[in-house]
Design a protein around this ligand. Structure first.
Ligand code: ZN
Length: 167
């Protein structure tokens, strides 16, 4: 798979992690009334490749105010990077999907999420030979509000670009 873009998303929820996103992904075919595959389908991870946690991995953590600092900014691997994602129609076979846990229409990502996002995007750009301009918000490739009004994509491209220039 030739990667041409990194596409940034938010989860549009206040808490979550890979396990939670996987559970949503597994439910989707049922909701749509599509038969689940015998075995392979369930093993598919959520449609994103990287999941940037916000320190509130579960509903219970959120409800009880149990912020887990060590998980704030931690990045989980979703689908393997060499497997096509399921996150942006028309782009899945040529992009990597990065999702920040959080509702970024309501507020910005955490400082640690931002730092991890910049770091991860810079590494992925280097690995795949991409310029910072290859970073796109979901809303820039589809009719969507994702990844939310508080995710500053220009600033992201600027900070990643500065890293790439610095080598
Ligand atoms: Zn999205």
């Amino acid at each position: 798979m030739k990667i041409e873009a990194l596409i940034i998303h938010h989860s549009a929820g206040l808490w979550g992690d890979r396990e939670y996103l996987d559970s949503l992904h597994e439910q989707m075919p049922r909701i749509r009334g599509v038969q689940m595959g015998a075995s392979g389908t369930r093993r598919l991870h959520c449609g994103y490749h990287k999941i940037v946690l916000n320190g509130l991995p579960t509903y219970r953590d959120w409800r009880e105010g149990r912020y887990q600092e060590r998980l704030d900014g931690h990045i989980q691997q979703g689908r393997p990077d060499n497997k096509s994602g399921a996150h942006a129609r028309g782009w899945n076979a040529r992009s990597l999907g990065v999702v920040l846990i959080g509702h970024l229409d309501l507020g910005p990502p955490t400082a640690r999420q931002w730092a991890s996002l910049v770091h991860a995007c810079a590494r992925l750009c280097q690995r795949h030979g991409l310029p910072a301009s290859a970073i796109r918000g979901h809303r820039e490739v589809a009719a969507s509000r994702c990844p939310g009004a508080h995710l500053d994509l220009s600033r992201l491209r600027g900070e990643v670009g500065a890293r790439l220039t610095a080598g």
